[in-house]
Design a protein around this ligand. Structure first.
Ligand SMILES: [Ca+2]
Ligand SMILES: [Ca+2]
Length: 356
């Protein structure tokens, strides 16, 4: 084990000066299910932890990526808009529009935590009486059995175009002591079919209200993944992070087109990532709220964190500026559209897991 790890570490170090180094530790959510249990133990080993913190470039281990290619489906129509204002009264209602809540246990986050629809609720928008907000609530007392994580996912059929969501991040718990590493997100993801599968695709907005992943305090991450494998630990991603508070409402826009990925926050470009991490496979659109295993405060007192989502939008195949997204949302609302989905399934229709 040590020889490949050493070689991998050397390789990793040799790539430290690339244009897009990465140093973010990989959350276990990115692991394929069969690997999660053995890897949970393995990742605790010093060597792997050290490797996980090394910087590597996005073209690391490029030679190893060719054998794991998987078939990519093709679209069946040109219809293109997905919009949800989350004007629901219950998750059951929301489920009729093809949303799933995660129930699968396991990583990321605190081992033994529950994932369920229990943390999804709807409430009136105090600032706009006609509007409804979705609220995610996750809680912990530090133990797995008393931890509830929250995640929900739309169908796996999204690839290029424009993604957007209006979200409310918080810096503090709604109740209980502050300080846990809490991850507040809007992201897209496909399954990892094999180690270093180059078709693996993922793009994340992740707000760490209490720091984590080498950030000492709150920070927003934008991360685009090419792929990864575990032994030796190699990851290929590009990420951008900006420290500081992002508490409050933000409109997050993600442009995915022409081998470029651009992340925008409130109309300003936050990150630009390259063709090396450009997605290949259809992804689901997800949100989640979870605690890192390594970032819990030393307390058994219950604490609860929340993240709100006003709406989510996707335009398949078209690049919209943040201002154009705003206008598209205004137009949908003017037409009293609370939900629409004309983004076609892929052929064949893909399974839509919600455990990633
Ligand atoms: Ca990829
Ligand atoms: Ca709404």
């Amino acid at each position: 084990m040590f020889a490949p790890v050493f070689t991998g570490a050397f390789f990793v170090l040799s790539r430290c000066f690339s244009v897009h180094p990465t140093s973010k530790e990989i959350p276990m959510k990115y692991l394929p299910k069969p690997l999660r249990l053995p890897v949970t133990a393995a990742l605790c080993a010093t060597v792997l932890c050290a490797c996980a913190k090394e910087k590597i470039s996005t073209d690391a281990a490029q030679d190893e990526t060719t054998s794991a290619a998987t078939e990519v489906a093709t679209p069946t129509s040109t219809d293109k808009i997905f919009f949800d204002d989350f004007s629901y009264r219950s998750f059951e209602e929301m489920g009729k529009n093809q949303w799933k809540a995660r129930t699968e246990t396991g990583h990321p986050g605190i081992p033994g935590a529950r994932w369920s629809e229990k943390g999804i609720a709807f409430l009136a928008d105090q600032e706009h009486p006609d509007n409804t907000l979705l609220r995610m609530t996750s809680s912990t007392d530090g133990s797995g059995e008393n931890t509830d994580h929250t995640q929900f996912c739309h169908q796996r059929k999204y690839l290029s175009g424009t993604y957007a969501a209006r979200v409310f991040f918080r810096d503090e718990p709604t109740s209980g002591p502050d300080g846990d590493q809490i991850i507040e997100t809007f992201y897209t993801i496909s399954p990892l079919n094999a180690p270093m599968d180059p078709n693996y695709s993922e793009m994340d907005f992740e707000y760490l209200a209490n720091g984590g992943w080498d950030e000492p305090d709150n920070a927003l991450f934008a991360t685009s993944w090419e792929t990864f494998k575990l032994d030796p630990f190699i990851k290929e991603n590009e990420f951008t992070t900006r420290p500081g508070s992002f508490a409050g409402w933000h409109t997050l826009v993600l442009q995915v087109a022409d081998d470029q990925i651009r992340y925008f926050v409130d109309g300003e470009q936050f990150a630009e990532h390259s063709e090396k991490v450009y997605p290949e496979e259809p992804m689901s659109i997800n949100f989640n709220l979870w605690f890192t295993e390594e970032g819990l405060i030393d307390s058994s007192e219950p604490r609860t964190y929340q993240q709100d989502v006003d709406w989510v939008y996707h335009n398949a195949g078209q690049v919209l500026s943040p201002a154009e997204v705003d206008r598209a949302i205004d137009a949908l609302r003017a037409d009293k559209v609370a939900f629409t989905d004309t983004v076609p399934d892929w052929e064949p229709k893909l399974e839509s897991p919600c455990g990633l």
